[in-house]
Design a binder for this molecule. Sequence first.
Ligand SMILES: Cc1cc2nc3c(=O)[nH]c(=O)nc-3n(C[C@H](O)[C@H](O)[C@H](O)COP(=O)(O)OP(=O)(O)OC[C@H]3O[C@@H](n4cnc5c(N)ncnc54)[C@H](O)[C@@H]3O)c2cc1C
Length: 251
Amino acid sequence: MTSWHVPRDLEDALAHVRNGATPVAGATALYSAAFPPVLGPAAVDVRDVLGRGVDDEEGAIVLGASLTIAELAADPRIRAFLPALATAAAMTANPHVRRVATLGGTIAARLLTADLAAPLAAHHGVVLAKDAASGASLEVGAVEYFGGAVDWPHLVTGVRLERPGPGAYRRFAPLAGPAPAFATLALVRSGDVLVGFAGAVGPTAAPVSFAAGHLPGAGELRDDRRASSWFRARLLEALSQEAHDELGRAG
Ligand SMILES: Cc1cc2nc3c(=O)[nH]c(=O)nc-3n(C[C@H](O)[C@H](O)[C@H](O)COP(=O)(O)OP(=O)(O)OC[C@H]3O[C@@H](n4cnc5c(N)ncnc54)[C@H](O)[C@@H]3O)c2cc1C
């Protein structure tokens, strides 16, 4: 039996997390037997105490943790300034999951095949969080966060994307329709430089960075029962070619 708490505000939510409650946002990972997060004896619904804004802050874009994946895919500012992220959101799961799953829950779940991980990293994402014990604000790079850097009770409150700009996103999954990706790839243009990250391929949920013309080799990639590291390396070559072509067409 799980006791549910609806917090008055962020401070109240943090107090519940400090006392051992599991944060719940869209609950799509928590309610699916396919995913590792489990609901403990107490849960706190964080959706209404976290922001869902899309704010421009000195050239960076700050997204609230309670934005849904569907909102990320549809918001005209995200489509214009963070196109790789908007495309990844549109390709995540199915319409039902996208309508309820949140940005904060997706980041915090750190699923190995998370579609949003590579574009968040390529847009130089910084995860914004609150430490449950002290209430202190935390800022952690998306790559480090997906790699498990914050492994104590906290709440993700949003993400700051410091590199808005043209970008492309590609994924490969073996089935038509929604299915976990074998490999994903995000490419973002920053001035004269192309910044690339590969997702769903590394040993952890952390996306793997690469420079133009230097895709990660099989030795850096995950080898599991779904796909070999050699296959993932070949997939990245194809996805990279497509993403470069799209960015080239976009001028
Ligand atoms: C049918 C199905 C298909 C899917 N397909 C895809 C796919 O194609 N690509 C993909 O990337 N993902 C896919 N997913 C995973 C989906 O994206 C995640 O389930 C979802 O993003 C989790 O978001 P949520 O808001 O529902 O989080 P929840 O399920 O509420 O929580 C997930 C985890 O994060 C914690 N948490 C939640 N919010 C916070 C917060 N603000 N701060 C700290 N911790 C928090 C919870 O305690 C839990 O551990 C699929 C899921 C389902 C059910």
